[in-house]
Design a protein around this ligand. Sequence first.
Ligand code: NAP
Ligand code: HSE
Length: 437
Amino acid sequence: MNPIRVGLLGLGTAGGGTYDILLRNREEIARRAGREIHVVAAAVRDLAKARRRVGDAIRLGTDAQAVVDAPDVDIVVELMGGIEPARSLILSAIAQGKHVVTANKALLALHGNEIFAEAHKRGVMVAFEAAVAGGIPIIKALREGLTANRIQWIAGIINGTSNFILTRMRDLGASFADALAEAQRLGYAEADPTFDIEGIDAAHKLTIMAAIAFGVPMRFEHAYTEGISGLTAQDIRYAAEFGYRIKLLGICRRSGAGFELRVHPTLIPERRLIANVDGVMNAVLVRGDAVGPTLFYGAGAGAEPTGSSVVADLVDVTRTHTADPDHRVPHLAFQPDRVTDLPVLPISEVETAYYLRLRALDRPGVLADVTRILGDRSISIEAMLQRQPETGEVHVDVIILTHRTVEAAMVEAIAKVEALASIVAPVVRIRLERLDA
Ligand code: NAP
Ligand code: HSE
């Protein structure tokens, strides 16, 4: 059988990794796919750099549309990133009846509803395994392996850059800036690293997982997002004293008539496997009603882990592109006419436990005032620690762990606590999840 022919849009970290794997494992991949997969053309911005990487083996140009339009390109692989021109190029490929593979989670989270609707109309596949958790086949697992289950919740470490930064800060005492620079050098970070450190990239990935898990449209605009740039080494240390680690978690959970969709730094018990996922590694904990908890672990970023997922999609498309579109696995796991638009719960209505750090005057009655404010709002304290003041110091750190409460009650309580004359700095508040049943 003739090889299937691929046009790459982008030959950077992800594109380069994909290209290298397709060359190195050519034979093995062909044995699995049923035919060879050949890259015939690629579009880049810097031709000289790309030429140094791939020599004369493929057609290179700066016109991405020309790659999409090329009659000898069967599958378009979009690995350039960003919203435009990636969106228009993908829609153009779909309109021409070409299958698409992409790693572009930002694009899918924002425009996935439009892209998948067009792909469904044209009967083409848009595959996106690399868009979530790099090399971990979590899309396949959610869409196929766990298809018997009603998914109850997902909690994931789904941004390698921020996990790498948190690990370096905790283990080596590295500064935030140095750890970020190292992640950028290693090719983990997004073109705009704010996406990584402010939780936006994780929210893109969470949006995609929630859609597949719950059979809902992409609702990125309703995701709650809080990053790691405000975290201090001091809170990482205090959390450890209570037996917790702080991770940037993406959490989606069925809740009442809707679902939660939130990304924020989170204390998790250090005895949980997921609390020990360090460096650029990602992990996704999925709880299904039949299977119970399942944990998926692997490299969340980098050239070859990302390429591994892109090539898996290419093999899938190669195997099934001649199948009747109605008999393929639906893009978002649920049949398109059975996707239901459920409401996303506002963060003020979400229920979690909390870690609070207060800077207080060391004098009688302070703790009584604080506990009364919490008690008045039915916020129950689980543990408390007061540090001895340094010699000559009149202020002390008070750490409180609470049981679960609604966020709105905690926001109100914090405002009251901060208004006390004995509290001398803003209260640090980090959400806490035990990740049990
Ligand atoms: P990258 O290293 O910056 O590579 C981007 C590539 O696209 C480069 O080859 C660039 O060309 C080319 N490009 C960009 N705009 C172009 C345009 N208008 N016309 C032609 N070529 C253009 O980015 P990356 O890290 O590989 O990320 C690519 C995508 O994969 C993004 O959506 C990202 O979110 C996703 N992703 C990345 C990773 C990862 O670990 N890096 C993991 C999962 C998903 P030049 O090199 O000539 O500038
Ligand atoms: N910037 C992303 C991360 C790349 O650090 O996880 C993988 O999606």
